[in-house]
Design a protein around this ligand. Structure first.
Ligand SMILES: Nc1ncnc2c1ncn2[C@@H]1O[C@H](COP(=O)(O)OP(=O)(O)OP(=O)(O)O)[C@@H](O)[C@H]1O
Ligand SMILES: [Mg+2]
Length: 258
């Protein structure tokens, strides 16, 4: 691992108890502060990669290096945002975001400055007393992301966080994710099925193929930040999307037939 590599998987093999080989000879590295997208067909092992990096799953063979697995890890180095916002339905927005700090032993008043700061940054200051059922889908996802950001993680793992949202909300949250990422300088690994979302967000996109799950292509998106809505209509964006679609199609094509 070089100095700047924050996380890596080396020759990782993951076989589930029933014998299914989900990942084979998988290599990837994410550097400190880098934004990387993981793109690939359903079932290719994207969530499994995130779970390995979060320490929620163990590799059958190979090396996994990640802040969550280092000696002395406090458990707050890594934050995980799931596809569903997974909020506590009986608790207010404030209490949902307080949860990870509460688990660290911080009282409501000790946690309040950090909770309020992160709620302001995701645009939910006025909703801190609202219950999840009173929020739109996009607001629920903002709450879930606020809960992930409140511990100031080094790594933000996001598993298709916007798949269930309408296109406009999704694009707005894409822009917001980039501004939170730039403010906080954390590394981000973002799972998506969308070529367009991967290109808009990332510095690098890793394409995965299935059966067995492995990385089939890696593409740099060497376009500057901040990425504004104008980037989506630029020729550079169109070129990147086209190249990435071709890489994804070829990943589908290389799949072994069952
Ligand atoms: N606990 C488990 N036991 C057995 N097989 C599993 C388990 N978890 C995942 N798998 C299998 O491993 C493969 C990869 O699963 P994973 O959830 O990582 O895929 P994915 O790329 O995230 O898919 P999707 O895009 O649909 O979310 C799938 O074929 C799945 O059935
Ligand atoms: Mg998944």
């Amino acid at each position: 691992m070089s100095q700047a590599d924050l996380m890596s998987l080396k020759q990782v093999h993951k076989q589930f108890p029933g014998g299914y080989v989900a990942l084979q000879d998988l290599n990837l590295t994410v550097q400190s502060g880098q934004f990387v997208a993981l793109l690939g067909p359903s079932g290719c092992g994207k969530s499994t990669v995130l779970r390995l990096l979060a320490g929620l799953e163990q590799a059958s063979q190979g090396q996994v290096n990640a802040p969550a697995l280092r000696a002395g890890a406090r458990g707050t180095e890594t934050a995980y945002v799931f596809q569903e916002p997974t909020l506590m339905p009986w608790a207010s927005v404030f209490d949902n975001v307080w949860l990870p700090l509460r688990l660290q032993g911080l009282s409501r008043s000790q946690a309040a400055p950090a909770v309020r700061q992160v709620l302001a940054s995701v645009g939910l200051s006025e909703f801190e007393q609202a219950l999840p059922r009173e929020l739109s889908g996009g607001m629920k996802m903002r709450t879930s992301i606020a809960r992930a950001l409140v511990t100031q993680p080094e790594v933000l793992l996001m598993d298709e966080p916007f798949a269930a949202l309408d296109e406009i909300t999704r694009q707005r949250l894409n822009r917001d994710v980039l501004s939170w990422w730039q403010e906080r300088r954390m590394a981000a690994l973002f799972v998506t099925h969308s070529v367009y979302e991967a290109v808009f967000l990332s510095q690098r996109v890793l394409v995965m193929g299935a059966r067995p799950g492995r990385i089939t292509a890696s593409m740099e998106i060497a376009e500057p930040y901040p990425r504004t809505p104008a980037f989506r209509s630029s020729p550079a964006y169109a070129r990147c999307c086209e190249a990435l679609s071709a890489a994804l199609e070829s990943a589908h094509g290389q799949e072994a037939q069952p």
